[in-house]
Ligand binder design. Structure first.
Ligand SMILES: NC(=O)c1ccc[n+]([C@@H]2O[C@H](COP(=O)([O-])OP(=O)(O)OC[C@H]3O[C@@H](n4cnc5c(N)ncnc54)[C@H](O)[C@@H]3O)[C@@H](O)[C@H]2O)c1
Length: 249
């Protein structure tokens, strides 16, 4: 008996990093997962790594495209025979000193991180069952800790956290759980991008986000996402799970 046998999961950001690790973790525990991402190539690589006993079906969609989110949610429900769990992992990061912060940066970060998450919540709620449905939204350490050059990213993740807490309150009537999960620094393509640190800035500022436990592997976040999504967490809702290696200590 696997923990996710018979559980149908809609997962965004499944093509890379934490999302890929989550797809592999959940399918290893028996889940049927519909993985969404903008990267067709990345989704194919995730699918190739799945060994079961669960299964992964994939669909390309941009989380900022409302019509695409509606269609992807319907496709997921049709492919899996329903949706029990929604996990929003898709996200983007861009570090920018305040002097060069642009409206385009702000709009891009909010559009993917907040609007994409909100749209998938709204659409998945057409399918999530009262009494047992679960939403897990990936926020960030940056939602509750100030970090240099991350004003826009932090604000977008703070918005994901606040959105999730209010959604949890609204969904108590349906007994649907909402759990924001906030990773610290995780070793993924997102943190390896050359523009994750702007050119010519004071790197010593980054000592602030160095966690006592160092960087996490994506699997160390996926295991907590899996817990939050599972029946093991049936009394957990509206509470942020910080998985940051002691960065807040
Ligand atoms: N890596 C970290 O240190 C860290 C820390 C805290 C929070 N997070 C959050 O975790 C989540 C996953 O990040 P990751 O580190 O695995 O990064 P990643 O870059 O490896 O994965 C992000 C995925 O989101 C997808 N994506 C981006 N924009 C999209 C869009 N418009 N529509 C659909 N898919 C889109 C990308 O294609 C990619 O597959 C993000 O929300 C990120 O903000 C990451």
């Amino acid at each position: 008996m696997n923990r996710f046998d018979g559980v149908k999961v809609l997962l965004t950001g499944a093509a890379s990093g934490i999302g890929r690790a989550t797809a592999l973790r959940l399918t290893a525990e028996g889940a049927a997962v519909f993985g969404v991402d903008v990267s067709e190539e990345g989704l194919a690589a995730t699918a190739a790594a799945v060994t079961g006993p669960g299964r992964l079906v994939t669909g390309v969609a941009d989380v900022t495209d409302e019509a695409a989110v509606v269609a992807a949610t319907d496709r997921a429900a049709a492919a899996l025979g329903g949706i029990d769990v929604l996990i929003n992992v898709a996200g983007v990061h861009r570090a920018t000193p305040i002097a060069t912060l642009s409206v385009a940066d702000l709009q891009h970060l909010f559009s993917v991180n907040l609007v994409g998450t909100a749209l998938f919540c709204r659409e998945a709620l057409r399918y999530l069952p009262d009494g047992s449905g679960v939403i897990v939204n990936v926020a960030s350490l940056s939602a509750t800790q100030g970090n240099p050059y991350m004003t826009a990213y932090s604000a977008s993740k703070g918005a994901v956290l606040a959105f999730s807490l209010s959604l949890a309150a609204e969904l108590t009537a349906r007994r649907i759980r909402v759990v924001p999960v906030s990773p610290g620094t995780v070793d993924t393509p997102l943190t390896r991008r050359p523009d994750v640190v702007p050119q010519g800035v004071d790197l010593s500022y980054f000592n602030r986000i160095r966690a006592p436990f160092g960087s996490a592997e994506p699997e160390q976040i996926a295991s907590v996402i899996a817990f939050a999504a599972s029946r093991d967490a049936s009394y957990l809702t509206g509470a942020e799970l910080r998985v940051d290696g002691g960065a807040h200590i």
